[in-house]
Structures are given as structure tokens and as C-alpha cells.
Design a protein around this ligand. Sequence first.
Ligand SMILES: NC(=O)C1=CN([C@@H]2O[C@H](COP(=O)(O)OP(=O)(O)OC[C@H]3O[C@@H](n4cnc5c(N)ncnc54)[C@H](OP(=O)(O)O)[C@@H]3O)[C@@H](O)[C@H]2O)C=CC1
Ligand SMILES: O=C(O)[C@@H]1CCC=N1
Length: 268
Amino acid sequence: MDKKIGFIGCGNMGEAILGGIISSGVLEGKNIWVSELSSDRLKELSDKYEVNTTTDGKEVVKNTDIFIIAVKPNIYPVVLENIKELIDSTKTVVTIAAGVTIASVENIIGSDKKIIRTMPNTPALVGEGMTSISPNGVVKEDEVEEVKGIFKSFGKAEILSEYLIDSVIGVSGSAPAYVFMFIEALADGAVLEGMPREKAYQFAAQTVLGSAKMVLETGKHPGVLKDAVCSPGGTTIEAVKVLEEEGFRKAVIKAVEACASKSKKMSK
Ligand SMILES: NC(=O)C1=CN([C@@H]2O[C@H](COP(=O)(O)OP(=O)(O)OC[C@H]3O[C@@H](n4cnc5c(N)ncnc54)[C@H](OP(=O)(O)O)[C@@H]3O)[C@@H](O)[C@H]2O)C=CC1
Ligand SMILES: O=C(O)[C@@H]1CCC=N1
């Protein structure tokens, strides 16, 4: 890729994207600019990824074509006010924050500026991210495809209308946290039955990975795949019965609903 990419803020999510981009080889560190307020953090990132670093977000905008704002939602207005004079028609602003709407960004930098709202997740770091992409009206189709290509270099990416972002946060943006909880709980169960802890994490995580792959690659309904594991009168159906009794599905659906509802509240 011949474009230059920037990060304003590079914490958990920013680094997951940065690490994903570098591992995919789509861009080298010399074509990436990163700003953080802490010099120690910048040194850590330049040692690890050989990127250009600065404490001033303005330098990122000046040196890049596409830049990702990866600070907490409440810091967005501060960052946007600081850089807005430098944003012209050659720049594309990519946002990743929960609750930061395209309209709220347009209010600060202008609706004539190219803005792409995305919702990524941390598995980007290992090349298995899932990202939604919602451009504003002025981004051209090929420019949207270009940004989609960046996110596809470390996982899957889909162009979606912005109104779906709350469900995206519930099902993928925040969801790695619940999947990690599931893996932890699955491993705890195995430890209870006597398996050493490290082995338990390996067995649990590989089972989640393999099951997810089956859904994606066979195209079969998850219920059909579940039924194929449940031998009549066997072990699995005993576990399924307990999960139903304990409200497993209900808990997950309510969790996604709570997550989406918080996202809506943050957008007001
Ligand atoms: N974590 C996740 O899984 C996901 C997060 N997001 C979104 O990503 C964004 C970042 O979240 P996350 O990575 O978790 O948060 P982090 O706090 O880990 O990262 C934000 C980083 O930005 C730095 N920072 C703060 N102010 C500035 C500034 N003015 N200029 C440059 N850098 C600055 C922070 O430094 P310091 O710590 O020193 O303040 C920190 O390193 C949020 O908007 C969130 O909604 C979206 C999808 C998933
Ligand atoms: O918890 C959060 O608000 C962010 C947004 C999605 C994942 N983490």
C-alpha cells in the first residue's frame, strides 16, 4: 500500500490495529505515524513496531493520508479541535470510538471532510479482527474500499450503515470480553475436574476457535452443529440441559442488549 497511516492515541485498541497492520505486511513501520502523550509509551511502540512517533497529533495529520483516532470517546473533541485546521480533502479521518457519531465529528471538523466510522475489535492483533465500516457522504467508493482493505489485512471487515453500530459493538466490538470470560469459565470447569490450568486454557481456547471456524466455514446453522455434538443419552446433552436451566442464552442476549443500550446512551 502506498498510503501513509497514522494513529492519534495508541492504547489497547490502537495497538491491536497497529500490530495487525504490521504483521500483515500491508504497510511498514516507516509509513506509519503514532502520537501519544507519554514519551515512554511512544518509545515502547517505536521499539516494537519501528513506527514514527510524536507527542503532537498535528504531526500525525501532516504526515499521513488516513489517520485513526484511537483515544477514549471523551477525548475525541479535544483531539479533533487540535487537528481540525489541518484536515483537508486529501485526508481521511477514521474513528473507532463507541458513542462518537459521524454527525458529532462533522460538527467539529465540518461535513465536507472525509470521515469513516469503524468499530473494530482486539483480535485484530492476531489477524482475526471483525470491523464494521460506515463512511460519511463525501468519502468516495474507492476510498472506502481502501480503508476496508486496511481492516481486512488483519481480519474481516464489512461496510454497514451507521445505525447498526450499537449491535456491532454488542456482537463484536465488546464481545471478545465475554468470549474470554467463557474460555476462562470453561477452563475453570476443566480445572475442577483435575486438568492442569495451562492445559485447560489450551483445550478451552482451541475448542472456541474450532467451533467458530465450523460456523464460518460450513455455513451450517449453529443449532445444527450443536445437535451433531449431542449424542442421544450422552454427555453433551447433560451439559446443554444445565446451560438452559442456568439461563446461559438469556444471559448472553441480555448482555448484548445492555452493551448496545450503553452505546446508544453514549451517542446522545
Ligand atoms: N478496547 C477495545 O476493545 C475497543 C476499543 N474501542 C474504542 O477505542 C478507543 C480507545 O480505547 P482503548 O484502546 O481501549 O483505550 P486506551 O486507554 O487503552 O487507549 C487510548 C490511548 O490514547 C492515549 N491518549 C489520551 N489522550 C491522548 C491525546 N490527546 N493524544 C494522543 N494519545 C492520547 C492514552 O494515553 P493515556 O493512557 O496516557 O491517557 C491511551 O494510550 C475508544 O474510543 C474505544 O471506544 C473500539 C473497539 C474495541
Ligand atoms: O468498552 C468499550 O467502551 C469499548 C468499545 C468496544 C469495546 N471496548
